[in-house]
Design a protein around this ligand. Structure first.
Ligand code: NAD
Length: 360
C-alpha cells in the first residue's frame, strides 16, 4: 500500500523548503520503486487567511490518516497581533497535541567546514553528535490552571505530569540510545522540583530494563553550562518540555547554522510530525535563498522513524554531507563569501547525489 505523507507548507520559507522536500520524496519514491501518496493541507497564517483558523479540522483529519506529516514553518509579522488562539503558532501547538506526538527529537551535530559559523571554538565542536529528546505534550506548557488570578494581581502556570507521560518519553529515549552510543543523560531540577524528583525516580526504575545503556542525571542549570563547555560529551539527552525547549535552542546554536537542523516529533503508533527547527524567516521569504537542508534532513528522519526506510534516510544524510564537503553553500552558510547557491540549486545538487546513491 502506498505510504501516505501529508505536507503542511505553512508560511514564509516553509512553502519554499517543502516544495523542494516534495521533489526529494518524489525522487526517492521513483528510485526505490515505492509509492508515496503525497497530499498537502493548510496550517498557520495561510490557513487562518483562508479558513479563519490556524489549524482547520480538515488538516487534522488528513494528518490523522497519514503515515507521516512534514511541516515547513508557520508565522509572520502579519499575524503577530491576532489573539493567542488564532496565531499561527497556536496551529503548531494544536497539531502536536492532536497527533499526540509526545517525544520531540532534535539531532545536533557539527558539519565539517561549517564550524566557523559557530560561536564556539572549533576544538570544542569536534565530534559533537547528540540527540535531544524533549517531552512535548505535557508539563508547564499544558498544565491547568494557567491563569491570572486574584483580580489580575497574581498568576499561575501548572507543571503537571502523570507517571505514564514520563515513562513513555523516557522509554523512547532509552531505545534511541540503544541505537546510538548507549549513553543517556537525563536532565532535571530534582534539587528543587517535586516533578523532577518523580522524573528521576522513573528514569532510575526504567534503567534496569536497559542494562546496556549508561545513565547519568544532570541538573538543568549544569546541563546548560555543559552544552557549551563540553558538548561532545553528550549522546542522548532526555528532559521535560520546558527544559527541553530551552536546551534544544541552546544546542541549536552550537552548530551555527539553523538552516541545517531537523526535528521529529513522534508518538505511540500514530503519524510522526517532521519539521525543520527554523521558523518562517519572513526576512528572506520569497527571495529564493532559504536553505532547504534542515527540511531534507527532516525528510530523512521521516523515512527512518515513520516509514522504516532507515537505509534511504542514511543515503540522504550522506548526500547532504557530501554536498557540504564539496563546499556548496546556501547564503546562510556562506559567511561573507558571495559564492553561494539558492534554494532550488542546493536542492537539485543534493537530490542528484541522492539519486546516484539510490541507483547504485
Ligand atoms: P526564524 O527561524 O524564522 O529566522 C531566524 C533567522 O534565521 C532569520 O534571519 C532567518 O532568515 C534565518 N533562517 C531561518 N531559517 C533559515 C533557512 N532555512 N535558510 C536561511 N536562513 C534561515 O526565526 P524568527 O525570525 O525568530 O521567527 C520568524 C517567524 O517564524 C515568527 O513568526 C516565529 O513565530 C515563527 N517561528 C516558527 C517556527 C515553526 O514553525 N516551527 C519556529 C520558530 C519561529
Amino acid at each position: 500500500m502506498a505510504k501516505r505523507i501529508v505536507i503542511l507548507p505553512g508560511d514564509g520559507i516553509g512553502q519554499e523548503v517543502t516544495r523542494e522536500a516534495r521533489r526529494l520524496l518524489e525522487d526517492v519514491a521513483a528510485a526505490i520503486g515505492e509509492q508515496f501518496d503525497l497530499d498537502e493541507a493548510l496550517i498557520g497564517g495561510s490557513a487562518y487567511e483562508q479558513t479563519g483558523s490556524p489549524l482547520p479540522e480538515e488538516t487534522v483529519e488528513k494528518c490523522l490518516q497519514a503515515d507521516a506529516v512534514l511541516l515547513g514553518a508557520v508565522g509572520g509579522p502579519k499575524w503577530d497581533n491576532l489573539p493567542g488562539h488564532l496565531r499561527p503558532e497556536a496551529g503548531l501547538l494544536a497539531i502536536r497535541k492532536r497527533l499526540n506526538v509526545f517525544a520531540n527529537l532534535r539531532p545536533i551535530r557539527t558539519w565539517p567546514g561549517l564550524m566557523l559559523a559557530s560561536p564556539l571554538k572549533p576544538e570544542l565542536l569536534e565530534g559533537v553528535d547528540m540527540l535531544i529528546v524533549r517531552e512535548l505534550t505535557g508539563g508547564l506548557y499544558f498544565g491547568q490552571p494557567k491563569a491570572r488570578v486574584e483580580d489580575g494581581n497574581a498568576v499561575v502556570d501548572t507543571l503537571y505530569y502523570t507517571r505514564q507521560e514520563i515513562e513513555r518519553v523516557v522509554r523512547q529515549a532509552f531505545e534511541l540510545a540503544q541505537g546510538r552510543r548507549k549513553k543517556l543523560t537525563s536532565v532535571d531540577k530534582a534539587n528543587v522540583l517535586e516533578s523532577s524528583r518523580m522524573w528521576r525516580e522513573i528514569v532510575n526504575e526504567l534503567a534496569g530494563e536497559y542494562p546496556d545503556v549508561a545513565v547519568d542525571h544532570v541538573l538543568v542549570d549544569n546541563a546548560a553550562m555543559q552544552l557549551v563547555t563540553r558538548p561532545s560529551s553528550f549522546d542522548v539527552l532526555v528532559t521535560e518540555n520546558m527544559f527541553g525547549d530551552i536546551l534544544s535552542d541552546e544546542a541549536a546554536v552550537l552548530t551555527g547554522s539553523i538552516g541545517m537542523l531537523p526535528s521529529a516529533s513522534i508518538g505511540a503508533g500514530g503519524p510522526g510530525l517532521y519539521e525543520p527547527v527554523h521558523g518562517s524567516a519572513p526576512d528572506i521569504a520569497g527571495t529564493g535563498v532559504a536553505n532547504p537542508l534542515a527540511t531534507f534532513l527532516s525528510v530523512a528522519m521521516l523515512l527512518r522513524h515513520s516509514l522504516n526506510l532507515g537505509e534511504v534516510a542514511s543515503e540522504i544524510e550522506a548526500a547532504v554531507l557530501g554536498v557540504i564537503e564539496q563546499g556548496v553553500r546556501t547564503r546562510d552558510l556562506a559567511g561573507t563569501s558571495n559564492d553561494w547557491v539558492g534554494t532550488e540549486e542546493m536542492s537539485r545538487l543534493v537530490r542528484e547525489d541522492v539519486q546516484g546513491r539510490l541507483n547504485r
